[in-house]
Structure formats: C-alpha cells, structure tokens
Design a protein around this ligand. Sequence first.
Ligand SMILES: Nc1ncnc2c1ncn2[C@@H]1O[C@H](COP(=O)(O)OP(=O)(O)OP(=O)(O)O)[C@@H](O)[C@H]1O
Ligand SMILES: [Mg+2]
Length: 391
Amino acid sequence: MASVKLEGVWKVFGNVVAVRDVNLYIEDKEFVSILGPSGSGKTTLLYLIAGIYKPSRGRIYFNDVDVTDLPPNKRNIGLVFQNYALYPHMTVYENIAFPLRLRNFGEPAIKEKVLSVAKLLGIEGLLDRYPAQLSGGQQQRVALARALVKEPEVLLLDEPLSNLDALLRIKIRSELKKLQKELGITAIYVTHDQSEALAMADRIAIIASGVIQQVGKPWDVYYKPRNVFVASFIGTPPANLVSVPLDSSRRCLLLPGGGRYCPPRRIAEKLAAVKTNSVILGFRPEVAVLSESPLGDYVSMEAEVYTVETLGRENIVTLLVNGSQVKVIVPPVVEPRPGSRIFINIEEDKVMYFDPETEINVEYLEVPGMEEAIAESAGTLRKQEMEEEWD
Ligand SMILES: Nc1ncnc2c1ncn2[C@@H]1O[C@H](COP(=O)(O)OP(=O)(O)OP(=O)(O)O)[C@@H](O)[C@H]1O
Ligand SMILES: [Mg+2]
C-alpha cells in the first residue's frame, strides 16, 4: 500500500492555472476527499496523481519514490471516472477482466480474481450481462470492480457517484468507505458534494481556483474553517458572516443592536493585530438561539426577521443583520413573525472571526511577539500556568 505526497505541484494550461503550488501528504490507507466547486482544479489534481497529466512544476511521490515521470500504468493505481467508462461491447466479466488481460495474467488467475472482486461488490450474478443491461448503481459497482481487480495501491475516484440518485449515493458511499478500510487501500476521492466528503473522508482537502484552502478532519473544516471561503462552502446552510465594527482599542466588537462585546484575550490579541476597523463575525446556523431580549453570557446581535421556512424537523429563519442575510436553524415550535425585531445569541466559543482583508480566520494568525508580550504582562505568572490559561 502507499502514501502519496505532492510537493509544490502546478498545472498550467495555456493561460489557465488549474492547480497552483499544491503541497499535500496523504497517508497510507487514508481516505482523503478533494472538495471544491466546479472548475476549481479537482480533476486536474487527480489526473496529476494518476500520471495522466504531468505537472508544469513540482514533484509527486508514492511511498517516497518519485513517480513524477512515470506513466499511469507504472503507478499501480485504480481509477474510477464520473461516467464509469465501461466498454459497451464487453460483458461485465470481460470489463472487469480487461486490466488483467493487459497485464498478461493467465486464464485461471483472471477467473479467480474477477470472481473474488465481483463477490466483494455483490455483482457475481451480473457477470454475463452487458453494461446497457445494468442500472446506474450496478454499472458503478462494475467500474469499481474493474479498478480494484488490479489490487491497486492507490484508488483514485472522480465524482464516481454523481450519476446516481440520492438514495443510492448514500447507500454506495457507506459501502465504499467500508470496502476501502477492509482492503486497506489509500483512496483519493474527488467530489463537489460536501456531504459526501464529510461523510466518507478521514480528511478533506478543500480547493478553490486551483489553490488548496484547508486540509483537515471533517470536524476541523466544519468548526475551524481556515478562511471565509471554507466557512461559506461547508455546511447546509453554510456559516453566517456579518461585518461588525471594532471599537477604538480594536479589541472589542460594537454589535448590531448596541451591545459591546470584548472576546477572550486569546482572540482580542489577534483582533488587535488585524489592521482594519472591522471584523467578519461568523457562526454556524445551528449554534444560534433566538430571543426577544439579549441573553446573558451570549454574544447577542439585534436582527430583523425576514422569512421562516418550516421544514418539519426544524425551521430555518432568515434574518437581516447589519444589511447581511443570516440563517438560523431553530426547533419547529420557534416561528417568529417576519418584520419583527429579535436577538440572535451565540455562545462565546462558537463565534468565529475573520480578517476582512485576507479573509483568514484570526485563530490561524500567527501574531509575532505575542508570547513575549504575554510573558511581560503576566509578571509573576509561571510559564506553565500561562500555557494552561491560553490553551
Ligand atoms: N485540458 C485542459 N485544457 C485547458 N484547460 C483545462 C484543461 N483541463 C482543465 N482545464 C481548466 O482548468 C480548470 C480546472 O478544471 P478541472 O477539470 O480540474 O476542474 P474540476 O474542479 O474538476 O471541475 P468540475 O467539478 O466541473 O469537474 C478549469 O478552468 C478548466 O477549464
Ligand atoms: Mg472534474
């Protein structure tokens, strides 16, 4: 099995930079999703790993061996494309056997391997059929069987479930993850569907305009988005963003509705380092509580109710705050009247802060000299105590 490493990888087509300076390490047996909008460079990145494209710059390693100049058939990969690309004139059996015939396997070995992988994917009853006689989900399994039969070290999948209906997608995605773990294959899975990425991946690499925005576990990219793009790309509805002025000390926020809120020192130090007079405040729709007056111990903003969508299990309330629309998920009994004034309350540690200029989450900012500044102001505090306080 194999780890995959990309070092400073670029791919330029004419004047389009499809992939820009990507550095990515994928562990052996890891399942990594590459998630991004249409045209962000996902397929290009996958084809670079597969060897279908050669990088314009940078190197690619499998297990620390430089494979940058190796063609796809020397890389021990399995590829599954979005459109399955089964051979229509071959039976399922022959489709799956094809990669083995290319490698000159003998007939008994081919039969054994095809039957074994077909059984694994539950398609052993379909081996005599032609692709046109299969459903989309069955074709998908055949494509997967054909990729797996070579026992690849790295399985590369490009939006493999996008042609299937929603129910089948959910069913196959859990099977696929289980299979990947059972076989111990390294998997790189391209999708623009964030729920698929969050559900399947050990880690997600979020890409926009050819640039990796963040790589992290589903929990990290959801609750600790590195920038505005990730915050507003992940989540349904995505994170809310409101521009809020800072006071003259640049350590406290002047909240809509008149409240003044001074975040904990850990955040305040970073806000003070941001060279603007405002900050983008972010919060997830499900962390906010609505109330008629501000709740103590919460960060509270006044808002106007715009619309209420009743979805059965929950309601989604759209509100206007400082000219921005925000969405809050509330229990079905909460149904505020459109046009009324109301307060949005968020727990202190659920609030995110982004620098309006760079759009970076301030938690990720390295503030130079901060440690020393704290040490000075902390006076007699022992270092260990300080570290505990700042954790
Ligand atoms: N062979 C090519 N020649 C020229 N430009 C290309 C080529 N392949 C991709 N591009 C461009 O590179 C960018 C990234 O394309 P890519 O196919 O990697 O996007 P993607 O994230 O896979 O999108 P989608 O979700 O729509 O499949 C796009 O702007 C695309 O037009
Ligand atoms: Mg693509």
